[in-house]
Write a protein that binds this ligand. Structure first.
Ligand code: BGP
Length: 474
């Protein structure tokens, strides 16, 4: 790989930091989600209810352990570290007049700690962490007002951290909400609590539009504040395969891609594709889009495309007649007979990463950044404390090989690779601790018991060698 290639790992504030009320932090979307389980959805509660268990409240207490944790990442030779800035540490209610200095100080210290080891911080602005006050008071991104509140948050942190952080992303996995029947995705992506009489399809498109405008305005602003800042979008990249060469499966593939990737089209091209505006007309959806919004979208195209990659999906076309609305729910889809699946049913498909990189690069011709890729598994710790996670090494090895092939053979312009997540953290989808991704084990279980002690798994040394050899020794 290129000598400046950014090897590293990624986490999100709400899944790691804990300290959910420390330093003036306000409550965020993730703070009102209970722990679910493998196959059991997380519940969204009406505020924080006594007696419920909320795994993000303590998470792995990265807030108090970050020095120890960054030292371990440095030991692996990390070139970069992706995290999010918890919106509610900076604006506890989202609409406060002034930012919270204690929150800004925390990120100053965290970024300084990274930079001390030559680790570049990579920051996501909104990673499922909208202030709860904005959710209650304004209805989240169903409300145009949230554009300005987001832009103010972005401006505050751009101005404060531009000399420490060069790479930023606006909204994490903005396209997850294509599955708008899933309340969890609407809450995480858009801070929306669904009411019975909501037209969820319209609501999702409206919220996504406001987010896309907010993102575009943030991109423009960042370039004005400091032209050396590089701002990307972040999409959940799940390549779509036709189940067969039946033309209806092929058409199904395109329909599913349309459902999932129009968000990235808007981020990268500054306008909506025709199939989306046609769909709005056909479904009688009324989306509030002003001329000023259109200009903002055009003026705020992203500099790069950040993407997560965990799996591919397979489509059977028959269900995708023009009238049918696929909501992006992966559970509706057939399994791919060529793939093995993880314990959580995620299809393991390393070559799909090479396919995905080519697909996105061909489409946008912008630099790409793999900002998430990893293997959630049940790890077993031996009596001596060691964890033999060869399956994780196998998964990452095959994916990194596929990534290197896309760069070498197809010339994909790739900035870096931040695996998810170098240290065990709370799962975003299930709220479990025991869906583990890390090279570093954290002693904590699904019920919140454990010492929080950190220890190295077998994969720790392996990744260290990968980085030291710049991807040569896999
Ligand atoms: C992505 C999210 C992350 C992360 C990851 C793994 O969707 O951006 O926040 O959690 O997936 O998913 P999970 O934690 O549900 O296993």
């Amino acid at each position: 790989m290129n000598k400046d290639f950014l090897w590293g790992g990624a986490i999100a504030a709400h899944q790691a930091e804990g300290a959910f009320k420390v330093g003036g932090k306000g409550i965020c979307a993730a703070d009102i989600e209970t722990a679910g389980g493998n196959g059991t959805a997380r519940r969204i509660t009406n505020g924080i209810i006594d007696g419920e268990y909320y795994p993000n409240h303590e998470a792995i207490d990265f807030y108090h352990h970050y020095k120890e944790d960054i030292a371990l990442l440095a030991e692996m030779g990390f070139k970069c570290f992706r995290t999010s800035i918890a919106w509610t540490r900076i604006f506890p209610d989202g609409d406060n007049e002034l930012p919270n200095e204690a929150g800004l100080n925390f990120y100053d210290s965290l970024f300084d700690e990274c930079l001390k080891y030559g680790i570049k911080p990579i920051v996501t602005l909104s990673h499922f962490e909208m202030p709860y006050n904005m959710i209650k008071k304004y209805g989240g991104f169903r409300n145009r007002k949230c554009i300005d509140l987001f832009v103010r948050f972005a401006k505050t942190v751009f101005e404060r951290f531009h000399s420490k952080v060069k790479y930023w992303m606006t909204f994490n996995e903005i396209n997850n909400q294509s599955d708008y029947n899933n309340a969890h995705h609407l809450l995480q992506d858009s801070g929306i609590l669904v009411n019975d009489n909501d037209n969820k399809e319209e609501l999702m498109f409206q919220a996504a539009h406001y987010e896309l405008v907010a993102s575009a305005k943030a991109v423009k602003l960042a370039h004005e504040i400091d032209p050396s800042m590089i701002i990307g979008c972040m999409i959940a990249m799940v390549p779509v395969y036709p189940f067969s060469c039946d033309p209806s499966d092929m058409m199904g593939q395109i329909s599913a891609e349309h459902t999932r990737y129009w968000y990235a089209d808007a981020h990268c091209r500054g306008k909506y594709p025709m199939h989306i505006t046609r769909l709005w007309e056909r479904h009688g959806l009324h989306i509030d889009i002003t001329e000023e919004d259109k200009t903002a979208l055009k003026e705020g195209c992203v500099d790069f495309v950040g993407l997560s990659y965990y799996m591919s999906m397979t489509i059977k076309g028959q269900a995708l007649a023009p009238e049918y609305v696929w909501t992006g729910n992966a559970d509706d889809l057939p399994k791919n007979p060529y793939l093995k699946y993880s314990d959580w049913g995620w299809g393991i498909d390393p070559l799909g990463l090479r396919y995905a990189l080519n697909w996105v690069y061909d489409r946008y011709q912008k630099p790409l950044f793999i900002v998430e890729n990893g293997y959630g598994a049940y790890d077993k710790r031996s009596k001596d404390g060691s964890v033999d996670d060869q399956y994780r090494i196998d998964y990452l090895k095959a994916h990194i090989k596929a990534m290197c092939d896309a760069v070498e053979y197809e010339g994909v312009d790739l900035i870096g690779y931040t695996m998810w997540s170098p240290i065990d953290i709370v799962s975003a989808s299930s709220g479990e601790m025991e869906k583990r991704y890390g090279f570093i084990y954290v002693d904590k279980d699904n019920n919140g018991n454990g010492t929080l002690e950190r220890s190295k798994k077998k994969s720790f040394e392996w990744y260290k060698n990968v980085i030291a050899s710049n991807g040569e020794n896999l």
